[in-house]
Design a protein around this ligand. Structure first.
Ligand code: HEC
Length: 721
């Protein structure tokens, strides 16, 4: 349980300005030494039969949490009630483990047969004895080395899957890997994505009927055509693929669904990829032997560039039902025709049987980015209801007859810029909502934040995507926003009556996924470092624990050796959320913040070491660096194109990567070039930018130093060229 002393060591090297190579040696010594398996086989509870369809379909038995949403309905609900509203006050820490990774740890663990499995950061997978916290094995697929230029958009992994006696997970460089759950040794690995394009696996695979389904992200960057891929879970053999947007008509369409979709696009859309990636939501429906996938935004975001002259652009921002055996199209429902705001239907899709007008209806439910809560008949794809869960400006309502939104004028940046609610982080992000079959309520981590979009000054006819850059097709974004109106909340929503039941304020703007339990509780982690429990019927907070890191992954609950536990991962805020966490005043320093797996039980008495807590890093004073404002201005553009995703807008980091205003590396031109141009820190997740010229490197340093000295941030929004 020792806290990794490495980060402290490295800071000292910086502080003393010691030889840069010494720093690198210290940085490199950590990962390889711990990469090997630790030996011991997993000490599972007796007679574990392995994860199968029956287990993943069993909503009554809460012993395991063996799939991302626990069971096929993706409800994030544990029926266990040993920990309940009567005794939650006695919930305490059973044990904790330092996760021994550098990047994001907002992923969700799984628990099966007394073992917890985690995938964090650059897909480092580890197994722990659930009762004692002892690490059983660790597997590092060496993503940083394999990823090449894909590392420039690194997001990190959000989850993994179990099937039989295997652990199955994806990597940023596009591999799908199966490990022996007992030893952590690889069984098969398949390259699911083109290693050279901008796509990346970030979500958890779903396994059903012996098949693994996996999607990918990357449509905010260039030339990405969305799809899901299905493989044999035992062998990794490819079975089927469903594209979500049509390709080049000259090459022929893969199926009738693509032919129909192509009629809704104009111009030469395939040259932009189109988008529609399935980077998160994939739900298997055992009753109908179907999968429902949620598709992403357009690529580029700006529909006027992507499809000049209009069109709905199917199947962007849609839920699509597919045959689980063949991947054949069954039905679709599009939430945002001609998607233009980075909205998508990628948020988790839950299955339930709800009493609607007195009749039980088999439905699917989703709270996508666009701010409406959708209830859809999953047999037919017919929209049953769509009501606003937060502030929504782009549409007044959704017409239930046609299923189409009634859009408000002025929201498609028709003339200059548009302030749009919700913004591109959505009213709900990928952080899962949960559904309690006891209360019949859905618990949503709600975001209330706008975005400003503008394509003024862009010559749409000549616009081209740039490799390795943000390709929104906008000229400006998020300038002059009503930041004071931003907030977040935990919202309990009644999906049968289409109305809110209770809502409690939460800190910051992006918070963790939720878990509902049979103990009449809802658990949620927050960006301020707390894990909290609320009464599921009133929202009254009844328990809170200070974890020492942001809690943005969803908690799980399970039994091991007869006892109920709750586990969650904590650490710094991931890249995307870091931007708006910093906006809300929460930053978790990259090097100081612990990355941990915490496990709670009734009467748990373990204690955490003191954590530095949430804070912004202090800009470094450098006496002999003289900022030239003109050079800094040029550097702002280079920074906005290449660096802001990880190091934060305006060079203020939320903690996903070091705050460059505090970095001594920036003060020294040679060290800076070694890191940024030559890739000295690639193995730790800092990509190589070999194409940057000496002038651009210099401009970057001037910009970062100007920010350290308090100059206003310029030109660092997400829009890109
Ligand atoms: C995909 C995410 C990502 C992007 C994009 C990125 N960085 Fe980094 N950067 C990192 C991470 C992670 C580290 C810390 C690595 C480690 O643990 O040592 C880092 C470290 C650094 C450091 C060393 C800081 C220190 O004090 O240790 C510098 C300098 C740096 N980056 C500059 C840049 C610049 C300039 C750009 C844009 C040209 C950029 N980075 C783009 C992720 C990124």
């Amino acid at each position: 349980m020792n806290r990794d002393g490495d980060s402290g060591r490295r800071r000292k090297f910086f502080g003393q300005g010691l030889l840069w190579l010494a720093l690198l040696a210290s940085a490199c010594s950590v990962a390889p030494e711990r990469k090997s398996n630790d030996g011991g086989a997993a000490s599972t509870d007796a007679q574990a039969a392995g994860v199968d369809d029956k287990l993943l379909n069993d909503d009554q038995n809460g012993d395991n949490w063996a799939s991302y949403g626990r069971t096929f309905n993706e409800g994030h609900f544990s029926p266990l009630a040993d920990i309940n509203k009567g005794n939650v006050g006695k919930l305490g820490l059973a044990w904790f483990q330092d996760l021994d990774v550098l990047q994001r740890v907002d992923s969700q663990p799984l628990a099966y047969s007394g073992v917890i499995y985690t995938a964090t950061g650059l897909s480092i997978v580890q197994a722990y004895d659930a009762a004692t916290g002892k690490r059983l094995w660790r597997y590092d697929p060496d993503v940083a080395q394999a990823a090449g230029d894909k590392l420039r958009s690194v997001w990190g992994i959000r989850g993994l899957a179990l099937w039989g006696n295997r652990v199955i997970f994806g990597t940023h460089d596009g591999r799908l890997i199966s490990l022996d759950a007992g030893t952590g040794k690889p069984v098969w690995s398949t390259q699911a994505l083109d290693p050279k394009d901008e796509t990346a696996i970030t979500g958890a695979p779903r396994v059903f009927n012996g098949k693994v389904l996996i999607g990918f992200g990357g449509a905010d960057r260039s030339l990405v055509r969305g799809a899901v891929n299905c493989y044999d879970a035992a062998t990794g053999k490819f079975l089927w693929r469903f594209y979500t947007v049509p390709g080049d008509p000259a090459k022929g369409f893969e199926n009738e669904a693509m032919r129909k979709a192509a009629a809704t696009w104009k111009g030469e859309w395939w040259k932009f990829g189109g988008g529609g990636t399935v980077w998160n939501a994939m739900t298997f429906d055992p009753e109908m032997n179907r999968v429902y996938i949620g598709t992403g935004n357009g690529s580029p975001w700006n529909a006027k560039i992507r499809s000049p002259g209009g069109g709905d652009n199917l199947y962007l921002a849609s839920i699509i039902a597919l045959d689980a055996d063949t991947g054949d199209y069954i039905w679709h429902y599009q939430q945002n025709p001609a998607e233009s705001w980075d909205y998508n239907a990628a948020m988790d899709i839950q299955l339930a049987t709800l009493p609607i007008n007195g009749q039980p209806r088999k439905v699917l439910m989703q709270a996508p980015k666009n701010g409406f809560f959708y209830v859809i008949d999953r047999e037919t794809g017919k929209l049953l209801s769509a009501e606003k869960i937060g502030k929504v400006s782009w549409a007044s309502r959704v017409d239930l007859k046609t299923g189409r939104p009634v859009e408000n004028p002025g929201q498609r940046y028709e003339s200059g810029s548009s302030l749009v609610w919700p913004g591109n982080f959505g009213a709900h992000g990928w952080q899962p909502m949960s559904y309690s079959p006891k209360t019949k309520l859905v618990y949503i981590p709600l975001i209330n934040r706008s975005s400003r979009y503008s394509d003024a000054g862009i010559d749409r006819a000549k616009w081209k995507p740039h490799p390795h850059q943000w390709n929104a097709g906008l000229s400006a974004m998020d300038n002059d926003m009503p930041v004071r109106e931003f907030f977040s909340a935990l919202l309990a929503w009644d999906p049968a009556a289409n109305k809110p039941v209770w809502k409690v304020p939460t800190p910051g703007i992006v918070n963790g996924g939720t878990m509902a339990t049979g103990g009449d509780l809802v658990f949620q982690g927050h960006v301020d470092g707390t894990l909290n429990a609320y009464l599921d019927d009133s929202g009254r907070k009844v328990w809170s624990f200070n974890t020492g890191g942001a809690v943005l992954g969803a908690p799980i609950s399970f039994r091991a050796k007869g006892r109920q536990y709750v586990s969650v991962m904590v650490g710094p805020v991931p890249a995307a959320a870091a931007t708006i966490s910093a906006e809300a005043g929460y930053a978790w320093p990259y090097r100081e913040t612990p990355r941990r797996l915490l496990t709670f039980m009734l009467d748990g008495k373990a204690r955490l070491p003191a954590s530095p807590g949430s804070s912004f890093e202090k800009p470094l004073k450098v006496a002999d660096f003289h900022v030239d404002p003109a050079i800094a201005k040029a550097g702002a553009v280079v920074y906005g194109v290449n660096c802001f995703t990880c190091h934060g807008p305006g060079a203020v980091s939320g903690g996903n990567a070091p705050d460059l205003r505090a970095s001594p590396v920036v003060a020294d031109g040679d060290s800076f070039a070694q890191v940024v141009r030559d890739g000295a820190l690639v193995s730790s997740g800092m990509p190589r930018f070999e194409e940057l010229t000496p002038g651009e490197l210099e401009a970057l340093r001037h910009y970062i130093r100007s920010r350290a000295e308090g100059a206003p941030p310029t030109a660092s929004g997400a829009a890109g060229p």
